[in-house]
Ligand binder design. Structure first.
Ligand code: KIV
Ligand code: ZN
Length: 386
């Protein structure tokens, strides 16, 4: 892997599926996993095999059908979790076990009623045991976002020695500021012995709306994997959105960081995940929302009709959206009306446009959006009274 290549670790089927009410059956998960593989993600986290027989089966079936991506199963630092995950992954061409434990004071004291040294011992035992089944072992330090950097570095050093190939540094509660998360990654790069033997991974939650910014700051500071979900779905406010980090890297080539993602599949897979899970995507969602390439105010419409790049930084075709939408509302101008009228077969002269535009505004004030049918009506009625 070149140093400019960012691994995309998709956890739609694991962290994403933790959204209340979004349970997918094995067939739905297989369909999504196939699309993720075609999309070009590097790792598919297929589930948490010990959590239920259904999840075990999904991980097993996904392991059988995925052609290119690594297939990963989540575990706690619990021997049986790891054994069950290894069993579920046995058909995978490239299996990965993702094991870990909470490392913040809050987790150590309240969740585990333990102490720092004992947690490191448990982490090392889990990684060594996972290593007895697969070569590729990722370790997560849960709540790393609120773990002090010095202790986090000790944990990382110990698990690398035990054979961890990837170090996941989750901002589990979405608390960090971008510069804080970036500094954490930098600190680990500079202070963990053996760090070059492992890939650092960003796993950011969106509780303060910073998941994408934190992930980008993480890779700018040396991480080389991003954990993310389609549409940013996930626990509470969700995870880093795959489509956002991928398009940020594509639109900012000077960062000199790249992914394997076929971006023209992004819109289609967003729709698939949203429909399968029954989670509606907010219209203003970056990249894949219904309004991401829609223009409704007169000033913007005029600019986009003259040159798309005036108000768009992404060519919609690059993410699988056929074209930008010129939406007609009472805020639209003559240029937009002429453009949409032409699309439905009317080539209006300047004088005709002036007349129709007045009628259009009266009509538009009574409706949220003027549709193609309405354009026909407005123009035909204007002709009758001319
Ligand atoms: O957010 C988190 O800490 C996680 C881990 C289990 C990887 O999802
Ligand atoms: Zn998570």
């Amino acid at each position: 892997m070149s140093n400019t290549q960012i691994q995309i670790f998709d956890t739609t089927l694991r962290d994403g599926e933790q959204v209340p009410g979004c349970k997918l059956n094995t067939t739905q998960k297989i369909i999504i996993a196939k699309q993720l593989d075609l999309l070009g993600v590097d790792i598919i986290e297929a589930g948490f095999p010990v959590s239920s027989p259904g999840d075990f089966k999904s991980v097993e079936e996904i392991s059988k059908i995925v052609e290119n991506a690594t297939v990963c199963g989540l575990t706690r630092s619990v021997k049986n979790d790891i054994k069950v995950a290894a069993e579920a992954l046995k058909y995978a061409k490239k299996p990965r076990i993702h094991t870990g434990i909470g490392t913040s004071d809050s987790h150590i004291i309240h969740k585990f009623k333990s102490n720092k040294d004992a947690i490191i011992e448990r982490a090392v035992r889990a990684v060594s045991y996972a290593k007895s089944f697969v070569e590729d072992v990722e370790f997560y330090a849960e709540d790393a976002g609120r773990t002090d950097n010095e202790y986090l570095a000790r944990v990382c050093e110990a698990v690398i020695k035990a054979g961890a190939t990837v170090l996941n540094i989750p901002d589990t509660t979405g608390y960090c500021l971008p510069q804080e998360y970036g500094a954490k990654i930098k600190y680990l790069k500079e202070n963990v012995k053996g760090i070059d033997k492992a890939i650092i991974s960003c796993h950011c939650h969106n509780d303060l709306g910073l998941a994408t910014a934190n992930s980008i700051e993480g890779i700018v500071n040396g991480a080389r994997q991003i954990e993310c979900t389609i549409n940013g779905i996930g626990e509470r406010a969700g995870n880093t959105a795959l489509e956002e980090v991928v398009m940020i890297l594509k639109q900012h080539p000077y960062l000199n960081l790249d992914t394997n993602i076929n971006t023209t599949m992004l819109y289609g897979i967003s729709q698939l995940v949203s429909e399968s899970m029954g989670i509606y995507t907010q219209p203003n969602k970056a990249i894949v929302g219904a309004n991401a390439f829609a223009h409704s105010s007169g000033i913007h419409q005029d600019g986009v009709i003259k040159n798309r790049e005036t108000y768009e930084i992404i060519d919609p075709k690059d993410v699988g959206v056929t074209e930008s939408a010129i939406v007609l509302t009472a805020r639209s101008g003559r240029a937009a009306l002429a453009y949409r009228a032409k699309n439905v077969g009317y080539e209006l002269t300047k004088l005709e446009l002036d007349i129709v535009y007045k009628d259009f505004l009266d009509f538009a004030d009574t409706k949220k959006e003027v549709l193609d049918d309405d354009i026909h009506q407005i123009i035909e009625i204007s002709k009758i009274y001319k």
